[in-house]
Design a protein around this ligand. Structure first.
Ligand SMILES: [Zn+2]
Length: 289
């Protein structure tokens, strides 16, 4: 039946079953299905599977045949990000931007940072998966930087160096658009405690896992970046850019994000200029948003 594999792929993509969705799109193509949905959704699926060459080729194919198609604007945007952030990545970093308020970081001496995660299933919009997404986000920073930073989860809140919790009240954030906040406390020029507050209302409380979970993860990755001492990047779609990437592309660290943390944590602690007491106070009070 023509189009059947394309439809099944779309359903599986919607359900977050990305490997199976990709098989459907490949099957659809092998059966000669050239409908616009197949190339476009195969591109989105490939992004989720971090197969950026396939993603680029799929978006190009879609745009080649559908330059004014329904998804043309989004496909164009996706293609630009895939090429810029994942295929043609320069090996640079944005440490200058990310430390414009002074260099701030942990003095770990190579030890893991202790993380306490407080889950509260009674919160409106809370999904148990949020805990795994957060744990995975910490691991992504570790794996991507070859262990320049590492974390261990503790069950004892009094031991925590980074404390993470969720809230379902938008009024707990400074603005109506924020989905996360990180507040760092400094001691002797180093971060000695971080508090990461995450909203359970990502996806605007729409309960579509494929929309909610990638966004929740992007927010978690961003706030962990702040907890590590990064301020914002001025380049679109780095995870530390203040505005989230378009739907479907919001859940990966860029090479630049990782390079910046590697650079920050390779500076000799003795070379880190200690800010004045008043600067430290102002910085700590304002926190990162
Ligand atoms: Zn931020």
């Amino acid at each position: 039946m023509p189009g059947l594999y394309g439809c099944l792929g779309e359903c599986r993509l919607e359900a977050g079953r990305n490997q199976e969705a990709m098989q459907c799109f490949l099957m659809a193509e092998s059966q000669g299905d050239r409908s616009e949905n197949v190339a476009y959704r195969k591109g989105l699926c490939a992004v989720r599977l971090a197969n950026y060459t396939v993603a680029r080729d799929s978006f190009r194919q879609y745009l080649g045949n559908n330059s004014h198609g329904r998804h043309a604007k989004h496909a164009q945007e996706c293609l630009a990000i895939v090429e810029h952030n994942f295929l043609n990545q320069s090996n640079d970093n944005y440490l200058a931007d990310a430390s414009k308020n002074g260099i701030k970081r942990w003095n770990t001496n190579g030890k893991p940072i202790l993380v306490y995660i407080k889950a509260d299933a009674s919160l409106k919009g809370f999904h148990p998966e949020y805990v795994q997404l957060l744990q995975q986000s910490f691991m992504d920073w570790t794996n991507g930087t070859n262990g320049a930073v590492s974390f261990v989860q503790t069950q004892d809140p009094s031991q925590a160096q980074i404390t993470c919790y969720w809230t379902d009240k938008q009024s707990d954030f400074d603005s109506s658009k924020e989905l996360g906040e990180c507040q760092n406390t400094l001691s002797n020029g180093y971060i000695n405690h971080s508090e990461i507050k995450l909203s359970t209302l990502v996806g605007h409380a729409r309960d579509i896992p494929t929309e909610v979970f990638p966004e929740a993860k992007a927010v978690a990755l961003h706030e962990i970046g702040h907890a590590l001492g990064l301020a914002h990047s001025s380049t679109s779609f780095d995870i530390m850019y203040p505005t989230a990437a378009p739907k479907g592309l919001e859940f990966n660290l860029t090479r630049r994000d990782l390079n910046t943390v590697v650079a920050l944590y390779s500076i000799n602690p003795e070379q880190i200029a200690t800010a004045s007491e008043s600067q430290i106070q102002a910085f700590a009070a304002n926190g990162f948003k």
